[in-house]
Design a protein around this ligand. Structure first.
Ligand code: HEC
Ligand code: HEC
Ligand code: HEC
Ligand code: HEC
Length: 332
């Protein structure tokens, strides 16, 4: 990605990138996340160039964010490529993400498909996990109040997401916010609260509504949201299995790590089981939900959902093996 990918954000290096000049570049030259010359090239600054979906393709492609591949393999992108740039039938990236020239360029879920649980979500969770009552009450006090439009907020999903946030080092073992919570959620806004989520979702629905009925659009959003929910549920099982290996002393926290498992160690993860865990987060889960939103069924299913399930099975099997080996080694 560009200079300010979420790698920087999640590493906590984001501040350095944005403040190297006292915040001048960020405040004067950036809309949303990208610099002007990300889409407008420096020497021409032609509007037609910035408005072409190919202008987004050098960054929004590949491993963890193949929106270009998804778009071009969706019905939208196919019509665009058949009819050409003057097509009025086919939406481009800009039709949906920069409607009416809006330079904010933000989405409801954000890049990682994470959102902040609300106070109400966490209080409901106490009924499911009463043993955690004190911790969860403390956490609830730190969270915004409200409701995410169009999403059911069942406690199981809140719990699954809490495990993902733990694996990202954003919540600690007792569900308390860590300093990464402040860096990535509060400062870098990697995850969104209900107010912003609802605003961005309504904006997007309106853009789709120019060509589709609102019922059709809401159905599409609902089924795409459901992909995140289902992916989170399967993924959380794998996270719990790896967490238990640490808890039972079968895996040892590597030196210098503050959290373990830690998804933000990326490919520096020390064991193959944790490599799998990171690949699910950055590759399979991303493709499943991004493919769903971008109406690319093949990406959603075969590049996302299917390998996600395979990887989770492998993690569960590997965890059992590691346990058995550990037991055997102790007996000797
Ligand atoms: C994410 C891509 C993107 C980024 C980043 C971006 N722009 Fe744009 N810009 C566009 C698109 C697309 C249009 C055409 C919008 C429309 O009218 O539909 C546009 C239109 C414009 C126009 C109107 C041009 C005209 O001829 O009417 C101006 C001025 C402009 N941008 C300035 C900027 C500046 C200044 C920045 C940096 C602060 C910037 N843009 C960053 C994509 C981008
Ligand atoms: C030079 C690379 C680059 C180009 C070109 C670029 N982007 Fe981005 N875009 C980024 C980066 C980096 C982010 C921030 C990722 C993150 O959220 O951490 C981003 C974020 C976004 C987001 C926000 C996701 C969220 O967090 O809500 C959208 C939507 C988006 N870009 C759309 C576009 C569109 C549409 C174009 C073309 C008109 C475009 N981008 C061109 C690099 C680029
Ligand atoms: C038909 C409308 C549409 C088109 C065309 C479209 N997107 Fe999206 N995009 C969406 C929707 C809907 C979401 C999810 C919004 C949410 O979070 O609720 C999304 C999400 C995103 C995100 C955030 C991460 C993700 O994938 O969920 C990025 C970045 C992005 N789009 C970039 C692009 C780029 C680049 C293109 C063109 C190659 C593009 N989009 C084409 C509708 C569109
Ligand atoms: C500029 C018009 C336009 C906009 C805006 C638009 N679409 Fe479409 N969409 C189309 C066209 C045209 C088709 C092809 C319909 C057909 O079969 O004739 C289509 C097809 C679809 C399909 C069916 C894809 C398939 O594989 O069968 C889905 C789902 C969809 N759009 C969702 C969305 C969503 C969600 C948004 C907003 C995020 C959106 N569209 C925005 C024009 C648009």
């Amino acid at each position: 990605m560009g200079r300010k990918g979420y790698l920087g954000v999640m590493d906590g290096n984001n501040d350095a990138v944005l403040k190297h000049d006292g915040g001048k570049e960020a405040s004067e030259y950036r809309y949303g996340n990208a610099q002007c010359d990300a889409c407008h090239t420096r020497h021409s600054f032609k509007k037609s160039e910035a408005a072409d979906p190919r202008a987004c393709s050098n960054c929004h492609m590949g491993f963890d964010h193949p929106q270009w591949e998804m778009y071009t393999s969706s019905k939208h992108g196919i019509i665009w490529s058949i009819e050409g740039k003057d097509s009025t039938r086919a939406p481009t990236c800009q039709t949906c993400h920069m409607h009416g020239g809006d330079h904010e360029v933000r989405t409801a879920w954000g890049f990682l498909g994470l959102r902040i649980p609300t106070k109400e979500n966490v209080l409901a969770l106490i009924k499911v996990a009463p043993a955690q009552k004190d911790n969860l009450t403390k956490l609830a006090a730190a969270l915004p109040s409200g409701h995410y439009d169009g999403l059911d907020d069942d406690p199981q999903w809140t719990y699954d997401r809490a495990l993902i946030l733990q694996a990202a080092g954003v919540l600690d073992g007792n569900f308390q916010p860590t300093e990464r919570f402040v860096e990535s959620v509060v400062q870098a806004q990697v995850a969104r609260g209900p107010e912003e989520f609802n605003k961005e979702r309504a904006k997007m629905n309106k853009a789709c509504n120019e060509c589709h009925s609102i019922g059709f659009v809401e159905d599409h959003m609902k089924s795409s949201d459901d992909i995140i929910k289902r992916a989170d549920h399967v993924y959380a099982k794998a996270i719990a299995a790896v967490q238990a290996l640490y808890k039972d002393g079968i895996l040892k926290k590597p030196e210098g790590w503050k959290y373990a498992p830690d998804l933000l160690q990326y490919y520096d993860a020390k064991t193959s089981i944790e490599q799998e865990l990171y690949l699910i987060m950055l590759e399979h889960r991303q493709r499943a939900f991004q493919g769903a939103f971008h109406a690319s069924n093949d990406y959603m299913h075969w590049y996302g959902w299917a390998p996600l399930n395979t990887a989770v099975n492998e993690i569960l099997e590997e965890a059992q093996k590691l346990r058995a080996e550990h037991k055997l080694a102790k007996k000797k």
